[in-house]
Design a binder for this molecule. Structure first.
Ligand code: CAA
Length: 260
């Protein structure tokens, strides 16, 4: 598959996807969306690929938002009739059942912050900056920022970020639980790939199941989430990897996973 606005590499069982429009600070236009949908679908479909990392090219930005030049030409009816922004969640988030990490290497603003928050977790460089500056353009978040940022950092901080458009640096993002950890800029990719490699070494079906369970905490009541957790546990208990994982522990050796 040839991509125009991203690059995709496979490093053993880890897929590395890089947003590649550095001249526009990796702004997210329709071509980026089309490429990302294809890249995530390929990652999901490839049984040999077990974790993915998404990052931005260049030293400055993960992604500085949805492409303002592209959006400036659209009318309200275009946004509404095309259900603009819907595929980011319906085609990427919902269809990617395997884990993926956002490695945020600089500005993650507007749609860029929202794309990072679609990942299962974020690792940030100490140069990362997060924000939802859409209000300054007379609009508001459109790819999930008002919902995912609020769930991640709580109402007060999310409200302030959306109402002022201010940026949050990496240290504040870590304190606010938006990112799992901050690492020196030069080591970001290595750290993200190392974490992805650890995830890729886990039993693949259990990996999907763990992701599904944690996500359920945001979309169900506690009782519903607990029932779902128990049912998934019970399903995993019937897997070959459960038998192998427990035998390997008892026999003091590494497990050999079948993914079933
Ligand atoms: N869309 C299109 N192009 C963008 C862009 C964006 N979101 N962000 C940056 N660029 C382009 C600039 O136009 C510029 O291109 P030219 O060289 O052709 O002029 C190039 O990237 C470099 O940008 P700057 O010269 O502005 O770089 P800077 O270092 O001075 O500033 C910045 C960096 C503070 C991130 C600034 O670029 C900026 O404020 N960008 C816009 C951020 C923003 O508002 N994002 C939200 C977009 S709306 C959205 O995302 C809606 C949604 O919820 C989905």
């Amino acid at each position: 598959m040839t991509y125009q606005s991203i690059t995709v590499e496979q490093r053993d069982a880890v897929t590395l996807i890089t947003l590649n429009r550095p001249q526009a600070l990796n702004a997210l236009n329709s071509k980026v969306l089309e490429d990302l949908i294809a890249a995530f679908a390929a990652y999901q479909a490839d049984d040999g690929q077990l974790c993915a990392v998404l990052t931005g090219s260049g030293d400055k930005a993960f992604a500085a938002g949805a492409d303002i030049k592209e959006m400036s030409e659209k009318q309200a009816a275009d946004f509404y009739l095309d259900d603009f922004f819907a595929p980011w969640t319906s085609e990427i988030v919902k269809k990617t059942r395997k884990p993926w990490i956002a490695a945020v290497n600089g500005f993650a603003l507007g749609g860029g912050c929202e794309l990072a928050m679609m990942a299962d977790f974020i690792i940030a460089s100490d140069k990362a900056k997060f924000g939802q500056p859409e209000i300054k353009l007379g609009v508001a978040p459109g790819m999930g920022g008002s919902q995912r940022l609020t769930r991640a950092v709580g109402k007060s901080k999310a409200m302030e970020m959306c109402l002022t458009g201010r940026m949050m640096d990496a240290e504040e993002a870590e304190r606010a639980n938006l990112v799992v950890r901050v690492v020196p800029h030069e080591t970001l990719l290595d750290e993200a790939l190392k974490t992805a490699k650890t995830i890729a070494s886990m039993p693949p079906m259990a990996s999907i199941a763990n992701k599904e369970m944690v996500n359920a905490a945001f979309e169900s009541t506690l009782d519903q989430g607990l029932v779902m957790e128990r049912r998934i546990f019970q399903i995993l208990a019937a897997s070959e990897d459960k038998a192998e994982g427990m035998s390997a522990f008892v026999e003091k050796r590494e497990g050999q996973w079948k993914g079933r």
